[in-house]
Design a binder for this molecule. Structure first.
Ligand SMILES: Cc1cc2nc3c(=O)[nH]c(=O)nc-3n(C[C@H](O)[C@H](O)[C@H](O)COP(=O)(O)O)c2cc1C
Length: 387
């Protein structure tokens, strides 16, 4: 089939990105691909990995490479987790189910976003793999409490509170293409959608897209909100503070993660409230533009809290070498968002599988070339700092 052949011609994440761009209406591709303001942080996230090189060690028996580790109390086969991303069924009708299935198959965590188009319960049923639910502290605290309870009942292993969204970043690509609240239809955007008939066909012939976790709130109908997205955006609460984070943690009995930590001070506060892990993240460059790249903050945060809390890093990872640099600097694991979304948009579930396979194969090969047989051998000695 053409779709399989196209995927087989993708040899890295950049190739999947290119294919995703062909297959999606421009507004949706821009929504995945874009960042805030001038996209400085978006670009810097990936570019900043280049300040490090990786050292190669010769004459090591690398016939067996072990990528496994333990994250949040779960054994994973390799140290890259799938980050929470909203609205996946807009990019391909396979949506969250496809990503959850492929994450489980490849032996890693799947994280389900509050803003998903598949419900907590459906993802809970879909996979026995390690899974984390991502929540926000909403204006309506009962909504957050309800999500935590539903994630518990559905068998999620960890809870992740995203803390870098007191307000939406200024994503100008979305303003231009009409991916706003409410969406703006222009002649150009309608034409763009019509030029992607396969996407249109599947959107019209599969389950309607909805924000599956909150849809019931609208059906119950307070009457004051006209659609789900507006309802959810009204739920973002700029007053959320550390007490609220501690409150959410108190509702959950298992591993608890704070996602969106970028400073040493906040990392220390995360330790104080008893979080199990932090995700050093700038939301993939979608929030504060000019925020440093996550890899630039990692050494300082590791110095301050390494060993006291698990450290996961995301934003900008596109290559196995990026993962290895983060691990060498002291991260316990990494997360990816766009890489698997490009795969999803490029080819549904097989596209996600391709993204995960490519990244994992790169890590394994790079470890061989570095002379590292397992992750405990990936240390700061493997790094070369370019001047
Ligand atoms: C399209 C898209 C949707 C996202 N939605 C969410 C979300 O609902 N919740 C969340 O915590 N992070 C969300 N993120 C951020 C990711 O979890 C992650 O931090 C980011 O994608 C990592 O950067 P990368 O895309 O360069 O790998 C989203 C990112 C993208 C690209």
């Amino acid at each position: 089939m053409l779709a399989d052949w196209l995927l087989s011609r993708c040899f890295n994440i950049r190739d999947l990105r290119r294919l995703a761009k062909m297959r999606l209406p421009a507004s949706l591709f821009g929504y995945i691909d874009g960042g805030s303001d001038d996209e400085y942080t978006l670009c810097r996230n990936t570019a900043a990995f280049d300040q490090y090189g990786l050292m190669q060690r010769a004459l090591v028996d690398v016939s067996e490479i072990d990528l496994s580790t333990t994250v949040l109390g779960c054994k994973v086969d390799w140290p890259v987790l799938c980050a929470p991303t909203g609205m996946s069924r807009m990019f391909h009708h396979d949506g969250e189910r496809a990503v959850a299935r492929e994450a489980a198959k490849s032996g890693t965590f799947y994280s389900l976003s509050t803003l998903s188009t598949t419900s907590i319960e459906d993802v809970g049923r879909e996979t026995d793999g390690a899974k984390m639910f991502q929540v926000y502290v909403h204006r309506d605290r009962d909504l957050s409490r309800e999500f935590v309870q539903r994630a518990k009942t559905a068998g999620f292993d960890a809870l992740c509170l995203t803390v870098d969204l007191p307000a939406h970043g200024n994503r100008e690509r979305d303003l231009r293409t009409g991916m706003t609240l409410p969406p703006k239809l222009t002649a150009k955007s309608v034409l763009d959608v019509l030029m992607h008939p396969s996407w249109v066909y599947h959107s019209l012939t599969t389950e309607p897209i909805e924000l599956a976790n909150v849809a019931h709130r609208i059906r119950e109908g307070s009457g004051e909100v006209s659609n789900l997205l507006q309802y959810v955006s009204k739920q973002f609460d700029p007053t959320v503070n550390w007490e609220d984070a501690a409150w959410i943690k108190s509702l959950w009995d298992g591993p608890f993660v704070l996602k969106g930590i970028m400073s040493v001070e906040d990392a220390k506060r995360a330790v104080e409230i008893g979080a199990s892990a932090i995700v050093i993240s700038n939301h993939g460059g979608r929030q504060l533009d000019s925020s440093p790249a996550t890899i630039e903050m990692l050494p300082k945060i590791v110095d301050a809290v390494g060993g006291q809390i698990e450290i996961i890093l995301d934003s900008g990872i596109r290559r196995g070498t990026h993962v290895l640099k983060a691990l060498a600097l002291g991260a316990d694991a990494c997360m990816i968002g766009r890489p698997y979304l490009y795969g999803l948009a490029a080819g549904g579930q097989p596209g996600v599988a391709r993204a995960l396979q490519l990244l994992r194969a790169e890590i394994e090969l790079d470890m061989k070339l570095m002379g590292c047989r397992n992750l405990s051998e990936v240390t700061v000695d493997c790094l070369y700092r370019r001047d």
